[in-house]
Design a protein around this ligand. Structure first.
Ligand SMILES: Nc1ncnc2c1ncn2[C@@H]1O[C@H](COP(=O)(O)OP(=O)(O)OP(=O)(O)O)[C@@H](O)[C@H]1O
Ligand SMILES: [Mg+2]
Length: 331
């Protein structure tokens, strides 16, 4: 449905995106994930038609769209800072694009009411000034303003980053539900790996304008293609050579093991896991789980444990750990 074909974007001498090739499917929730400055916003703005690439072609629905003006691409964009009009009411903000299109008043009101209902804004809120709303409500206004124009594609640039942690998790679910109800192809930008993993059908991990991996959340997390993807997504143990030898793995390669892949209880598939013995040097309690640092023959191994039905282990105690060598990621 969307194709980036050899897209290059430069700002003066600076090459922000050297050669982007990417396919996004109809109805997909697709996320561009990467650290600050890696080119996520640039890629999104190029797709929206706000930035002209210096090379390459963008296709939307099989048609070359690279030289189409933004308003002809049928994309709706929610910007990183919302870009709402603070002195206008919520209704006026949502209706802005409709006014530009000279939509009749009755039709405008009908469309605004319909979309407000979908994003869960109340009639009372519609008549308020945007500046009177909370961050989460403003974020809904920004989404409603994009959706009211019935775009084929919804582009969201870090829409949740200005909100506090709890609200972010709540809105994540609502946004994902809204997207699947509408079935609208969505390109989502974030630097938050948890957001990417929980919301996306597929993720592209960006580094310096280059895609390191495209895949499902499970592929990105469990089968990270590169060392960058592995260390950017999720917490890891970097494994020492001695430990790698114990696991029967190549000790010369950079190797990582996710914290929850180390187990404090023996797997049912016992043959697959190597038992290790260590001493707990630290424990931090997180409520739903605990993280232990365990000294195994002089190297530190961190472990997360949900501790459902087990007694918490004390610092200084000796524990058995089980590691499946197949869970180790090597580069
Ligand atoms: N208008 C511009 N003029 C010059 N350089 C720019 C412009 N926009 C972006 N850049 C540069 O291009 C690179 C990519 O920027 P971009 O805004 O796409 O990153 P990002 O991944 O969205 O980062 P963030 O997570 O901080 O929003 C950066 O090095 C940035 O400085
Ligand atoms: Mg950005």
């Amino acid at each position: 449905m969307i194709t980036f074909d050899n897209i290059e974007v430069t700002f003066g001498e600076h090459v922000a995106i050297p050669d982007l090739n990417l396919e996004i499917n109809e109805g997909e929730f697709f996320t561009l994930l990467g650290p600050s400055g890696c080119g996520k916003t640039t890629a999104l703005r190029t797709l929206a038609g706000f930035i002209e690439p210096s090379r390459g072609e963008i296709y939307i629905d099989g048609k070359a769209a690279t030289r189409l003006p933004s308003e002809k691409r049928r994309v709706g964009m929610v910007f990183q800072n919302y870009a709402l009009f603070p002195s206008m009411t919520v209704r006026q903000n949502i209706a802005f694009g409709l006014a530009v299109r000279h939509t009749k008043k009755d039709e405008t009101n009908r469309l605004v009411d319909e979309i407000a209902d979908q994003v869960e804004l109340t009639t009372e809120q519609l008549d308020k000034n945007v500046s009177e709303l909370s961050g989460g409500q403003q974020q809904r206004v920004a989404i409603a303003r994009a959706l009211v124009l019935k775009p084929r594609i919804l582009l969201l640039d870090e829409p949740l980053s200005n909100l506090d942690a709890k609200l972010r998790v709540q809105l994540r679910e609502q946004l994902k539900n809204l997207q699947s109800e509408l079935g609208i192809t969505t390109v989502y930008v974030t630097h938050d790996q948890e957001e990417a993993l929980t919301m996306s059908d597929r993720i592209a991990v960006f580094n310096h304008g280059v895609i390191e991996q495209v895949g499902t959340p499970e592929q990105i997390y469990n089968r990270s293609n590169t060392e960058f993807v592995c260390t950017f997504v999720g917490a890891n143990n970097r494994l020492a050579p001695a430990l790698l030898s114990r696991l029967g793995l190549d000790a010369a390669r950079p190797s990582y093991l996710r914290l929850e892949k180390v187990s404090l209880v023996r797997h049912t598939d016992a043959a697959a896991s190597v038992p290790l013995t260590g001493t707990i040097s630290e424990r931090s309690y997180h409520g739903a789980f605990s993280t232990y640092s365990v000294d195994v023959d002089g190297s530190d191994l961190r472990v997360t444990s949900s501790e459902t039905g087990v007694t918490p282990r004390a610092v200084g105690s000796t524990v058995e750990l089980f590691v499946d060598p197949r869970a180790v990621l090597q580069y």
